[in-house]
Design a protein around this ligand. Structure first.
Ligand code: MN3
Length: 201
């Protein structure tokens, strides 16, 4: 048993011209694959039975692992979990439906204002990490961020939308222009998936 890199349900060039094919290929087959390989190695070295535990439980049970391996597991299993959310959260030409629009408006006044706040959080985030729209236990929506490959699932929050702001997600195409990358993200955000995530939890 081990984790395997899932195929995307779209082509690497499907998000052009907003997200480029080369970045998508490297991001998926190299970066995500690397998080999976490292996670597999740590689990194999520790106890293969741990593969049977769902990832979102395992990431909250780092004490199952020897002390010196916990940080490496947190980074790599976190990377695997976050990137699974990432690929599913991308699709061109989706629209926010009326129900989800109302939910966003209730929390953030308007969809435009939500996008601005989320964008601002991403611009202000220093270093590598992720920007999230999460739903907490009280059913409240909140914009938040995590550093490195920390995942909001560890904080008992459920991610609805995620934005990868590691340089590997944009540097080939956008170079240092993180703001332009974020602008393009809004053209490939998968609103259907976000709404599905919202109602599922
Ligand atoms: Mn990434």
């Amino acid at each position: 048993m081990s984790y395997k890199l899932e195929k995307l349900n779209y082509n690497y060039n499907s998000l052009e011209p907003f997200f480029d094919e080369e970045t998508m290929i490297i991001h998926h087959t190299k970066h995500h694959q690397n998080y999976i390989n490292n996670t597999n190695n740590i689990i194999k070295e520790t106890d293969e039975k741990l593969f049977k535990i769902p990832t979102k439980i395992l990431i909250n049970k780092l004490n199952f692992f020897p002390k010196e391996k916990r940080k490496k597991l947190k980074n790599n299993l976190g990377g695997h979990i976050n990137h699974k959310i990432w690929w599913k959260g991308l699709k061109k030409n989706t629209n926010i439906n009326i129900d989800f629009k109302k939910i966003i408006e209730k929390e953030f006044f308007s969809v435009e204002n939500f996008k601005n706040l989320f964008t601002q959080e991403a611009i202000n985030k220093f270093g590598s990490g992720w920007i999230w729209l999460i739903k907490n236990k009280k059913n409240k929506l909140k914009i938040t961020s995590t550093s490195n490959q920390d995942t909001p699932l560890t904080q008992d929050e459920y991610p609805i939308i995620g934005l990868d702001i590691w340089e590997h997600a944009y540097y080939l195409k956008f170079r240092n222009d993180k703001i332009n990358y974020i602008k393009n993200f809004w053209n490939v955000i998968n609103w259907e998936e976000a709404f599905n995530k919202f109602i599922k939890k």
